[in-house]
Design a protein around this ligand. Structure first.
Ligand code: NAD
Length: 498
């Protein structure tokens, strides 16, 4: 059985006495490997390596750093397919979907290649007589990233390309459910010429996270995962004096106004609801049908849903893969039971979906509910599976109220042909990422990604200029070079410009 290890100081690393956890192929339901679960000792080793590498990396010129980033970018591109296959093997999503994830991660590396431009400071000539002022952006030291199972390539790449480009060193703690892609990324960094110790991987779960949060050698923590853990990481990290950002869970709405094109809206709802088996933080899980649109929309979504092909992610033609673990599949299925018990109308039932030859795989067919109400658990909770709920409301105001009353605020979409309504919605909705006729409005690398309310703790989103800001601290410098013979005097007053 292959054992997936840590990566410390530029090489594979195994902590003494690390407990082991099983890694599964969700399509077969069989164990494919075991992963070492690091604790305080491994985190110590990784932080020691990262701290040792920091001074030289911080002092590496922007030109040289950018060169390493360009090489890494090319290597990720060359290994695009290898990374995607590792994602499919351990996460279960279709190969095409995994390729898309790698592409979106790559775009952040490409953004980070522009680090000489991104780190430009500012300079004011003559802020006072013979005095100039400048500000520079400096790295923090060792930054850590703690990431979820659902994007084992893209989400870590929201973090480390910019952290490293800005001159920090990095410790990544990936999800224990799909730990392999992080190791391939570590090898690609080494091939790209990144000095040993700048990028490290600690495999593990809660014990590794707690060791990261408590470690005095770590200056900043970025987290992406579920809301309860995000809150915990933010609070623990901040109380330990670290800079912290923690992105949490979601319940994303898609509001369909009566004037919307039904076919366009139904295609979007099905794509965004069932893509990656609903295991996306930007997945649509609640369709809000406004006014007369409901009957026709539900029927259009139903027709598309029953035709979806669910199976192993590597099989050609498959549109939806399995869920990540058996426990998660059973949890999602239990939510469908709860929806039925609560009185919602189950229009498409995927609970008995079987895939021939893959009877042990963690499959659940797509499920569609109509007439869901806001107090049902299928609406209040983040299910993170292929379950789409339709809620019916009378008008725009009710739709907006529903979205704004939700405790999450990650993504939202509005489908309409009415520009004025769209403009009103984008101003009034209390959600961090908004799509107008775009169901998954995931911002490009040069914009920042982040939700509002319980979808994000902290004040900084990831990548884009927020990423540069998060991984640097600003220093303001005031400079005077007195001219020989200039008038001098003691002045105990507070300095003012003159
Ligand atoms: P999770 O919260 O269970 O795990 C995330 C990370 O935290 C993992 O590395 C895990 O090992 C660690 N962890 C788990 N339990 C912990 C605990 N009790 N204490 C300390 N660390 C712990 O999340 P997941 O199931 O891996 O991922 C799915 C969740 O992530 C969903 O809620 C989804 O919405 C969210 N997510 C959010 C975004 C976003 O941008 N907001 C993006 C992707 C995923």
């Amino acid at each position: 059985m292959n054992t997936i290890t840590h990566w410390v100081g530029g090489q594979a690393f195994r902590g003494e006495g690390d407990p082991l956890d099983a890694v599964y192929n969700p399509a077969t339901g069989k164990q494919s490997a075991q992963v070492a679960l690091g604790g305080a000792e491994v985190v110590d080793a990784a932080v020691a390596a990262a701290r040792a590498a920091f001074p030289a990396w911080r002092d590496t010129s922007l030109a040289r750093r950018a060169k390493v980033l360009f090489s890494f970018r090319n290597l990720v591109d060359e290994h695009h397919d290898d990374l995607a296959r590792l994602v499919t093997a351990e996460h279960g999503k279709t190969l095409d979907d995994a390729r898309g994830e790698v592409q979106r991660g790559l775009e952040v590396v490409e953004f980070a290649c522009g680090v000489p431009h991104l780190l430009k400071g500012s300079y004011s000539d003559g802020v006072s007589t013979n005095v100039d002022a400048l500000s520079i952006h400096q790295p923090l030291g060792v930054a850590a990233g703690i990431t979820p199972f659902n994007f084992p390539v893209m989400v870590p790449m929201w973090m480390f390309p910019l952290a490293i480009a800005c001159g920090n060193t990095f410790v990544l703690k990936p999800s224990e459910k799909d730990p392999s892609p992080a190791l391939l990324l570590a090898e690609l960094w080494a091939q790209a010429g990144l000095p040993a110790g700048v990028f490290n991987v600690v495999q593990g779960s809660k014990a590794a996270v707690d060791a990261i949060l408590a470690h005095p050698g770590i200056a900043a923590v970025s987290f992406v995962g579920s809301t309860p853990v995000a809150r915990y990481v933010y609070e623990q990290g901040a109380s330990a004096g670290k800079r912290a950002q923690a992105l949490g869970g979601a319940k994303n709405h898609m509001v369909v106004l009566p004037d919307a094109d039904i076919d366009v809206a139904a295609d979007a709802a099905v794509s965004a609801g069932y893509g990656s088996a609903g295991e996306r933080c930007m997945a649509i899980s609640a369709v809000v049908a406004v006014g007369r649109v409901a009957d026709e929309l539900v029927e259009a979504v139903r027709q598309r849903t029953i035709k979806l092909s669910t199976g192993p992610g590597l099989a050609p033609g498959v549109q939806m893969g399995p869920l990540v673990t058996r426990a998660h599949r059973d949890r999602v299925s239990a939510y469908v039971d709860a929806g039925v018990a609560a009185g919602a109308e189950l229009v498409v039932d995927g609970r008995d979906h079987r895939v021939e030859g893959h009877e042990e795989g963690f499959f659940l067919g797509p499920c569609l509910f109509d007439r869901v109400t806001s107090e049902m658990s299928i609406y209040t909770d983040e299910i993170f599976g292929p379950v789409l709920s339709v809620l019916r409301v009378e008008d725009y105001e009710q739709a907006l109220h529903l979205v704004n009353s939700n405790r999450y605020g990650n993504g939202v979409a509005l489908f309409t042909n009415d520009g004025l309504a769209a403009r009103r919605f984008q101003r009034e909705v209390e959600v961090g990422m908004v799509g107008i006729n775009v169901p998954i409005p995931t911002p490009m690398a040069y914009y920042s990604f982040g939700g509002w309310k319980q979808s994000l703790f902290g004040d900084s989103h990831v990548h884009g200029e927020h990423g540069v800001h998060f991984y640097t601290r600003t220093k303001a410098v005031t400079v005077r070079w007195p001219e020989p013979g200039a008038e001098r005097a003691i002045n105990l007053g507070f300095p003012v410009a003159h």
